[in-house]
Design a protein around this ligand. Sequence first.
Ligand SMILES: Cc1cc2nc3c(=O)[nH]c(=O)nc-3n(C[C@H](O)[C@H](O)[C@H](O)COP(=O)(O)O)c2cc1C
Length: 364
Amino acid sequence: MNVMAGARNCLGALQHFGYCLCMQQFGENLGRLDRPLIFGPLSLPGRAFLAPMSGVTDLGMRRVAARFGAGLVVSEMVAANFYIAADEETRLRAEGEGLPIHVVQIAGREPASLADAARLAEASGAHAIDINMGCPARRVVGGYAGSALMREPELAVALARAAIAAVRVPVSVKMRLGWDADSVNAPELARRLEEEGVALITVHGRTRSQFYKGRADWAAIRAVREAISIPLVANGDCAGPDDARAMLTAAGADAVMVGRAAIGQPWLVGRIAAELAGAAALEPADAAKVDAALEHYATLLSTFGVEQGVRHARKHLAAYADRAAETGGGLPATLRARLVTTDDPDEAAGLLARCFARAPDMAA
Ligand SMILES: Cc1cc2nc3c(=O)[nH]c(=O)nc-3n(C[C@H](O)[C@H](O)[C@H](O)COP(=O)(O)O)c2cc1C
């Protein structure tokens, strides 16, 4: 046997070993995590998605996450009535230029406006529409949208029906387990939404009354798995590849969605996707992180304009600096303070570039 053939056999044996490990680890997910996930006509390249987060998942963050291999990125929630009224800030939230797969998340409680908003998103280039049935915020629930819809399953189904009838792109729904512990109805609602033609469902493993308290209950999502056969995405408290594997096993889900853990490190989502697919995904090099953070910053300035973009960027700059500090970089306190207050984009970009250096110059 020549050296190459020997190496191939050896690799084959190792792959088989890895495959067996996968088998024990993922149970029914075996063998499909390295395949694209099918969402309507879309083929999603990875099994870890970036969660929609209002005020956070702007176009810049979504572009970076997608470039590093996130299987899907979802826009910040847009209110249907603001979006169709051509509100400029809402339009910017729904912007998706340059994304390989662009999903607009819409919140509303009027089927006709939701349908109009879905049509507008499709006409503006969205490849899919996501309906928000999970937001716990009082301003959204007070308008009886978001997770309030879980208490009105007839209306929830009517909204999905209206959106599906309005567009040719696939429609997904993001929900919680239920309104509270006494009304966990995600399995039944998901089943009805699948009947209507919803193509993918994400479940955050908390009830509305939990807001963000306690730990997400990944095992409770499994009842949804048993109720539907369309792709199921598990969400809540996924901080890395180990959590992702545990979530998939507990929930029987097809993919995971990552929210807060991706703030300040949008590349994490792609790293999780790669590891789920069986690749040993390493943390990006510091230089790649700098490039990513600068790309995010530049996108904010070009999307929002310099004045508004600089303001919008502050929370991200702080998050990048804090993540960098976790891995041996970061900035001295005075420079971190400068980073998040400066109105000068060049200064901010320079400080951002220093964040990920392993041995920062501690002189302020
Ligand atoms: C700041 C913030 C904003 C959010 N905005 C939205 C939103 O616009 N739409 C939505 O469906 N969920 C929203 N969520 C919920 C997240 O998508 C996700 O379900 C939740 O944070 C749990 O996931 P995680 O533990 O990975 O963060 C938001 C969460 C946060 C922290």
